[in-house]
Design a protein around this ligand. Structure first.
Ligand code: NAD
Length: 454
């Protein structure tokens, strides 16, 4: 049955576009076309594939401002962030292009012959992307998958299909073969499910909620389909008394308010050593209150709206009036606005302290000593990111080893880099994206023994 997606501007609630959505039958037809295009792509000379991906990067760069403005309109991202996001797509395409001719197997010593491994593309890859970083997350799966010789079918989130559709047009403009990279906007339980369940889709790369991720993993298991999952987070920001408290407090607001807190790496569980707890809050309050929340298209804005009414209601459900803490300001009127919020006095197992809120809300919890900090940091079901603030190098190393998370930073809140690996421990995910092995995740290793005795 045909249906449409209505795209709203989250800052104004105005309709930006209506997009025809993909039916399950149309997904099937797209898979068949992609499988054909993939055969020719995999057979092309590596240098030619690399050249086309580099050209795609150049075309993205030429349209960077247009893509960024589109992201502001459909996702409410601040213009500065949106430019970074479009640039991230360009950089990732360049990085992946550099891997095409370097994607080599190994030669392993054996008696009586020659043993080699061959890295073969998987075939057709389904990338299911969320709305919080529509462009970068789409590219994290798409660029290395294409570079490794696969075709890609990208299903963007219902609320944010526009930049993905534009990227598909730019790919054709750059000369990528027809049908190799297709964008299929649609509902998760229609177009997304059709990709997950299609026998000719070899791998699903999913980013989104832990709930949907688990269901995708279960359905992929039916066919032993390959799967990478990037799921939720409740990442700790651990501040020791021996750290530079001023620097730690100054860096805290944007460690969880960037992208209005709709970031799986947001440091929303702020753990502060009890001896500096009061001092830290004194420093944090003015920093939170001075965050500029407003029109995302304004260059000075630091935080825009939430993505949708659904998300706003979800965030509101965690912050009831009787809770204590620090509140910033947000515009009134149309748009999905919520002020920067830091909650204090909560138990470590209160819902706001251990569930992913996915909004501009953090909690501050005191801890006694190093062992207590590690215990609190590891006491959620998640394990995606975290930060450790201390001047003691031994402690920094001990904590880096002890905190069960895939991406840690010391005396900083480092963002994701396309050339370093990214992924989660525990229920934050499965597998790794980006980094030196990004392309290998889209290959199957074949071992071949050639006898010299015959
Ligand atoms: P979601 O998991 O429902 O959606 C993510 C993607 O999966 C979308 O493209 C969606 O269409 C698709 N999808 C949904 N159901 C599907 C299904 N049955 N089969 C295949 N694909 C399906 O996330 P959401 O509802 O947009 O957000 C809910 C919560 O998820 C948020 O509040 C947040 O906590 C979390 N979230 C996390 C991330 C992240 O980066 N880890 C991103 C988005 C949302």
């Amino acid at each position: 049955m045909s249906y449409e997606l209505k795209v709203l501007n989250p800052a104004t609630e105005e309709v930006v576009a209506s997009v025809p959505a993909t039916t399950a039958a149309e997904v099937g037809a797209a898979v068949a076309r992609a499988a054909k295009a993939q055969q020719a792509w995999a057979a092309a000379a590596p240098a030619d594939r690399a050249r086309l991906l580099r050209r795609f990067a150049v075309v993205v760069d030429e349209h960077l401002e247009e893509l960024a403005r589109l992201e502001v309109r459909e996702a409410g991202h601040t213009i500065g962030n949106a430019r970074w996001e479009a640039g991230n797509v360009r950089d990732l395409l360049d990085f992946a292009a550099g891997g095409v001719e370097r994607l080599s197997g190994r030669q392993i010593p054996v008696a009586g012959g020659l043993d080699i491994t061959i890295l073969e593309p998987l075939g057709v890859i389904g990338v299911i992307a969320p709305w919080n970083f529509p462009m970068p997350i789409a590219a994290w799966g798409t660029a290395p998958a294409l570079a490794a010789g696969n075709a890609v079918l990208l299903k963007p989130a219902e609320t944010t299909p526009l930049t993905a559709l534009r990227l598909a047009e730019l790919a054709l403009e750059a000369g990528l073969p027809e049908d190799l990279f297709q964008v299929l906007p649609g509902a998760g339980d229609v177009a997304g499910s059709a990709l997950v369940e299609h026998p000719a889709v070899a791998k699903i790369v999913f980013t989104g909620s832990t709930r949907v991720g688990k269901s995708i993993m279960a359905r992929c298991a039916e066919r032993v389909k390959r799967v990478t999952l990037e799921l939720g987070g409740k990442s700790p920001n651990i501040v020791f008394a021996d750290s530079d408290i001023e620097a730690a407090a100054a860096a805290t607001p944007m460690s969880f308010l960037d992208n209005s807190g709709q970031d799986c790496c947001a440091r929303t569980r702020i753990l502060v050593q009890r001896s500096v707890y009061d001092r830290f809050l004194e420093l944090l309050a003015p920093a939170i209150e001075s965050v500029v929340v407003g029109d995302p298209a304004d260059e000075k804005t630091q935080m825009g709206p939430l993505i949708s009414r659904v998300q706003l209601d979800r965030v509101r459900s965690y912050v009831t009036d009787e809770l204590k803490g620090i509140r910033g300001t947000a515009p009134e009127g149309p748009g999905f606005w919520f002020p920067p919020t830091v909650l204090t006095g909560l138990a470590p197992d209160a819902p706001a302290a251990c569930e992913e809120v996915f909004g501009p809300v953090a909690v501050v919890l005191p801890f006694e000593d190093e062992a207590d900090a590690i215990r609190l940091a590891n006491s959620t079901e998640y394990g995606l990111s975290g930060s450790i603030w201390t001047r003691d190098i031994g402690r920094a190393i001990r904590l880096s080893r002890a905190v069960a998370a895939g991406n840690l930073s010391v005396n900083s809140h480092s963002s994701v880099r396309y050339w370093t690996p990214f992924g989660g421990y525990k229920q934050s995910g499965l597998g790794r994206e980006l980094g030196p092995d990004a392309l290998t995740a889209f290959t199957e290793t074949k071992n071949v023994f050639i006898s010299t005795e015959a």
